[in-house]
Ligand binder design. Structure first.
Ligand code: GLC
Length: 535
């Protein structure tokens, strides 16, 4: 039991892996300066090995002015000095691999930082220059060019901010996110060439995979039509040209056995599956599961739709409960609205954390029992809640771009608590960390949870260790009363989750392997509890 996919020397490791997302800035601070770094991660590799994860996905660690938490990259071949050096990254990749843990890096192809040499050269070269062709520079509309070239909305949902910025020389440039993140022109061969080289650069350094940021946004309609005319196809989302780009990437990756996971937020299942055809991306994040409310029928529908969508292209599903952009799971499940939608985030939403934690524990067993790969965002294994950051400490551009309406994403990015009795809960800082930790943070510390049989950490560790029992076979739903989900896998292991107020009877089984909470006096499964059974 508990053999990681890597130890099985399995080329298909990514089809069933547990992948842990490291947001380096907030994972562990090795040099004490208040920001997490590679030294901090290296020191904590034994923790990750003990947790049992197969791979680490690192949010961007490259040179960056950090206008969007590192998703504004100034140099893909350099590590930001606040995190460390390239030599350290190479050591980290090798050390992780020795522990049986693979590394996935995050590439942000839609845009670069405005400090990237290409953009600086484009600014300096002026209107009409070849340097500007690497981006989307255009004259404005209106008698004096005073109006932006299109009516496209910002991809920071709800911000209402323009996606074009005008320069003193009269040109406007496109940025679907912040003005510090100019969009690249993917119709330009140099942009494609550069990214294929960047992929090779990281695969040569031993990374096993690449996460592709904003993967469905790269290609733009060169005619730049307004959205208000409802042009088909969409001028910048999910355009057909993308598939040629990813086929070329796949040829690069195949030479290294590298794998891709795309950040593809698309409502249309058939369009989504196109990215997962055998010669394109290996996997993509499953945002329908992440956004799904805590409701048995809807969760089952989300699972079925996901599996049906992936089956024709032969790609494994991914199961994601949280990441660095969304509300932490225990908080989301403790609210009246248990789904996730960027547009509905607000300060001061009432939350029942005990309820949310119970549900998050059950959801952990549910997602780890499903066929496919599972993504685990740092701190989820500790059951961390979303923090409400004092407004004068908020750093996320989403807050500022929404003029203070959206709380931003810092609440899920707070530095991790490692040791309850240490300054800053053992994050490692000798000064106040870059984001403040709430007062109760120490109670979630790793050292508090490590030997507690009832902690979230123990549950995750046990579940990850037992997960290989579920194997790789498809699932079969078992008949259940309303509000109860139960499925079995051909290997003879069953997962049951009770979302109904009435306690649920177990199906026939020989052994209770794990449960997310106590059973009732009659050995039944209470509401918001899950269990794994051997048939
Ligand atoms: C992705 C990232 C997010 C970032 C955005 C722009 O959605 O996950 O954190 O702000 O892309 O790069």
């Amino acid at each position: 039991m508990g053999q990681p996919a890597y130890a099985r020397k399995d080329r298909d490791w990514w089809r069933s892996a547990v992948i842990y997302q490291v947001y380096v800035r907030s994972f562990a601070d090795g040099d004490g300066d208040g920001t997490g770094d590679l030294a901090g991660v290296r020191a904590r590799l034994p923790y990750l090995a003990e947790l049992g994860v197969d791979a680490l996905w690192f949010s961007p660690w490259y040179l960056s002015p950090m206008k969007d938490g590192g998703y504004d990259v100034a140099d893909y071949r350099a590590i930001d000095p606040v995190f460390g050096t390239l030599a350290e990254a190479e050591k980290l990749i090798a050390e992780a691999r020795e522990l049986g843990i693979r590394t996935i890096v995050d590439i942000v192809p839609n845009h670069v930082s405005d400090q990237h040499p290409w953009f600086r050269a484009a600014l300096a070269a002026g209107p009409g220059s070849p340097e500007r062709e690497l981006f989307h520079f255009r004259p404005g509309r209106g008698a004096h060019g005073e109006l932006p070239p299109t009516d496209w909305p910002s991809q920071f949902v709800g911000s209402g901010e323009p996606v074009w910025t005008r320069l003193a020389d009269g040109d406007w440039y496109l940025h679907l996110f912040t003005p510090e993140q100019p969009d690249l022109n993917w119709a330009h061969p140099a942009v494609r060439q550069e990214h294929e080289d960047i992929l090779r650069f990281w695969f040569e350094r031993g990374v096993a995979g690449v996460r592709i940021d904003s993967a469905a946004l790269l290609a733009k309609d060169p005619d730049l039509p307004d959205l208000s005319g409802h042009p088909e196809p969409h001028p910048f989302v999910d355009r057909d040209e993308l598939h040629g780009i990813y086929r070329a990437w796949r040829r690069v990756a195949d030479a290294y056995d590298g794998v891709f996971v795309g950040e593809v937020w698309l409502p249309d299942a058939e369009r989504f599956a196109r990215y997962l055809r055998p010669d394109e991306l290996h996997t993509a994040f499953n945002f329908s599961f992440l956004s799904c409310p805590w409701d048995a029928a809807r969760l089952r529908a989300a699972v079925d739709a996901t599996l049906a969508q992936h089956a024709p292209v032969g790609a494994p599903a991914t199961w994601v409960l949280c990441n660095h952009d969304v509300t932490r799971t225990v908080t989301r499940y403790g609210r009246a609205d248990t789904g996730f939608d960027f547009a509905t985030r607000a300060f001061g939403t009432p939350t029942d954390l005990a309820l949310g934690t119970r549900r998050a524990r059950a959801a952990a067993l549910l997602s780890l029992a499903l066929p496919g790969a599972v993504y685990l965002y740092q701190g989820e294994e500790l059951g961390l809640p979303e923090a409400e950051i004092p407004v004068d400490r908020i750093q996320d551009p989403m807050y500022f771009r929404s003029h203070g309406v959206d709380p931003g994403r810092d609440g899920c990015r707070v530095p991790l608590p490692w040791a309850a009795d240490m300054p800053y809960a053992g994050f490692g800082s000798q000064q106040e960390p870059w984001l403040p930790q709430p007062a109760h943070w120490a109670s979630y510390a790793v050292d508090r949870q490590r030997n507690d049989p009832d902690s979230m950490l123990t549950l995750y560790r046990q579940a990850i260790a037992a997960r290989p029992l579920f194997g790789v076979c498809p699932l079969t739903w078992l008949p259940t009363p309303e509000g109860v989900l139960a499925f079995t896998r051909a290997e003879g292991v069953t997962c049951i989750v009770n979302l109904a107020p009435t306690p649920a009877e177990f199906p026939r089984h020989s052994q209770l392997l794990l449960s997310s909470g106590l059973l009732d006096d009659e050995g039944r499964l209470p509401q918001d509890t899950a269990a794994w059974l051997r048939s």
